[in-house]
Design a protein around this ligand. Structure first.
Ligand SMILES: *[C@@H]1O[C@H](CO)[C@@H](O)[C@H](O)[C@H]1NC(C)=O
Ligand SMILES: *[C@@H]1O[C@H](CO)[C@@H](O)[C@H](O)[C@H]1NC(C)=O
Ligand SMILES: *[C@@H]1O[C@H](CO)[C@@H](O)[C@H](O)[C@H]1NC(C)=O
Ligand SMILES: [Cu+2]
Length: 231
């Protein structure tokens, strides 16, 4: 092997150790790798307007769709080469995408996605609350309509100013129970602009005193309280 190739391999190996994959789906009390469209490698994505921002670059197909009741725990667990945790400072979010047909046959295109949770910053001292986490979970809003969905996690490394890095996985789920909630939906890509202040900020200087997680507002599926009160 040529010396120059050896050098670049060493550099690749070093930078790869700081990366991570959302490898396991956490669904209720179980974890599953079979329901996850497993990313090819732990390299981050850098282009928020590319279709690859949906579910990563050519992930291997999931072999199963996990059935889970609305109101259950849902999320992902991290694996990385050097440490099983989220390594790069930045926000995270979990989205659900309602499959037009089966989850297994959907590529994630179209305006079908909504955000069900997000993890932003804390201040004084400034920190992202997902740092060091080994998994991120939330609950499926109880009012989510039953059916097949992709569940998608994104965590955005903001450690290199002006060069955000996305760590993304999708998994196939079949929600049972649920309700008649009707969240507004977005397309991915299209859900976040590359010029979103939550991406372009420098997290070191000046130290931020406010932070908004990129993307649409979180939908938790609650009924309109005002309407209930007037009944
Ligand atoms: C999850 O675990 C809790 C505590 O062990 C148990 O009460 C509950 O029934 C379990 N749920 C499912 C869906 O297995
Ligand atoms: C990002 O992806 C879009 C859509 O595929 C493409 O047009 C654009 O050239 C890409 N940008 C970069 C910097 O690769
Ligand atoms: C989804 O759940 C429903 C209700 O239990 C069931 O009838 C259907 O077969 C499930 N679909 C898949 C793909 O698991
Ligand atoms: Cu890294």
């Amino acid at each position: 092997m040529e010396f120059s190739h050896l050098i670049s391999l060493v550099i690749l190996a070093q930078s790869a150790t700081a990366h991570y994959i959302f490898y396991n789906l956490v669904a209720g009390n179980t974890t599953s790798t079979a329901a996850v469209r497993t990313p090819l490698d732990n390299f981050p994505l850098e282009n928020v307007t590319s279709n690859e921002i949906r579910c990563n670059v050519d992930p291997s197909p999931a072999s199963e769709t996990i059935t889970i009741a609305a109101g259950s725990t849902i999320g992902f667990q991290v694996e990385s080469e050097s440490n099983n945790r989220i390594f790069h400072e930045g926000p995270a979010a979990i989205y659900l995408g309602k499959a037009p047909g089966t989850a297994a046959s959907w590529d994630g295109s179209g305006a079908h996605w909504f955000k069900i949770d997000e993890w932003g910053a804390t201040f004084d001292p400034f920190n992202f609350i997902d740092m060091g986490a080994t998994y991120l979970t939330t609950t499926i809003p109880p009012n989510t309509p039953a059916g097949e969905y992709l569940v998608r996690i994104e965590q955005i490394g903001l450690h290199l100013p002006q060069a955000p890095q996305w760590y993304i996985s999708c998994a196939q789920i079949n929600i049972t129970g649920g309700g008649s909630g009707n969240p507004s939906k977005v397309s991915i890509p299209g859900y976040v602009s590359p010029t979103d202040p939550g991406l372009t900020l420098n997290i070191y200087d000046p130290v931020p005193t406010a932070y908004m997680v990129p993307g649409p507002p979180v939908w938790r599926g609650f009924v309109d309280l005002q309407q209930n009160y007037s009944e």
